[in-house]
Design a protein around this ligand. Structure first.
Ligand SMILES: Cc1cc2nc3c(=O)[nH]c(=O)nc-3n(C[C@H](O)[C@H](O)[C@H](O)COP(=O)(O)O)c2cc1C
Length: 316
């Protein structure tokens, strides 16, 4: 994302990519509202569908005034990586976010078509590695982020990375409203990620029960566990209980591959599956008050952001 693209945003916000949540309706509504609309390419069932989605999104945004960029998210550790990458290159997408793995394998082809590559990172070591691999910007997965989460305190993490990187930084985790978004800017980040809040939108593809649970849950209902993905993830305790499991007695020693066998793909329907039956949300669930449309959520966040900005001007 060029500096010009950053300037054209109405609010320095990315509607974060979410498995089983972000599809064309959410993405285009976010872009129309003037923020970045991101989605994992894995949400399209096939590469052909991904190709159709990208065409459809471009066409539907043609009449929008200053839309934010459409930003596919490439999960690195997945079987379709090379085919999805080729599709994004064909569409000459403006911006891509990589997650779960080093961006090294995708940076070259994306740069060749002028695409800006952000890598999500959960530690200072990851950040250094992603920059060495050629990432243009970083998404800082901090404690309490929804989905695969980080552990680092967001304030310390942003300041630690700012010691050696002056390019685009995105804060992820804990952005529950426009006040928190402004705080991320004050810390030196250029943009903020909001995931959880967009689950509870009319345009999100999330299961209606997931949306309802995000509305009814509070911060204390979110737990960090490795049990379902083999990586630290933020999960909703009530969804774990509803699947017949005890959130306080989960096996935390599983590997990425073991977790995939237990709670991931496969065709067996008799055991709970992560994302389908066991749902994720971040600490920012505390800021979800109901189900709104994307335009309404962005407008409310913008009003909060402006209020926070005015308030800091008065602080001593
Ligand atoms: C249900 C859910 C699914 C997610 N899926 C992905 C994903 O596919 N790719 C990705 O990079 N991040 C994924 N994330 C993480 C988000 O992109 C983002 O980092 C996180 O939501 C930020 O924290 P917040 O939820 O508190 O706003 C997911 C998060 C949630 C809640």
């Amino acid at each position: 994302m060029s500096a010009a693209a950053l300037q054209r945003l109405r609010l320095p916000l990315i509607a974060a990519p979410m498995l089983r949540v972000s599809g064309p309706a959410l993405v285009t509504a976010a872009c129309r509202a003037g923020v970045v609309g991101a989605f994992p390419t894995a949400n399209a069932r096939t590469v052909d569908e991904l190709d159709q989605w990208l065409t459809q999104m471009r066409e539907s945004l043609q009449d929008a005034e200053q839309p934010g960029p459409v930003c596919p998210n490439l999960i690195i550790r997945q079987p379709r990586l090379q085919d999805d990458l080729a599709c994004l290159v064909r569409h000459r997408v403006e911006m891509v976010i990589t997650s779960v793995g080093s961006p090294a394998a995708v940076v070259g082809p994306l740069h060749d078509v002028g695409c800006t590559v952000f890598a999500d990172v959960a530690s200072v070591g990851h950040a250094e590695k992603a920059l060495r691999a050629g990432a243009d910007g970083l998404v800082l997965l901090s404690a309490g982020a929804g989905g695969q989460t980080g552990w680092a305190n967001g304030m310390a993490f942003a300041r630690a990375v700012r010691q050696f990187f002056d390019g685009p930084l995105v804060m992820a985790g804990g952005i529950s409203d426009g006040h928190a978004l402004w705080a991320a800017r004050a810390l030196g980040c250029d943009l903020g990620y909001m995931g959880t809040k967009f689950i509870a939108t009319e345009e999100s593809m999330a299961d209606a029960r997931h949306k309802a649970m995000v509305v009814s849950s509070r911060l204390d209902d979110v737990m960090r566990t490795r049990a379902f993905t083999g990586l630290d993830a933020s999960m909703l305790r009530p969804s774990i209980e509803a699947a017949g499991l005890d959130p306080d007695q989960l096996d935390e020693t599983v590997t990425f591959d073991e977790a995939r066998t237990r709670f991931g793909g496969g065709t067996s329907d008799d055991k709970p599956k992560r994302w389908r039956d066991i749902w994720s949300a971040g600490h920012s669930v505390s800021g979800v008050t109901g189900i709104h449309d994307v335009a309404g959520l962005v407008a409310a966040t913008q009003a909060e952001y402006e209020a926070a900005r005015r308030r800091t001007a008065d602080l001593q």
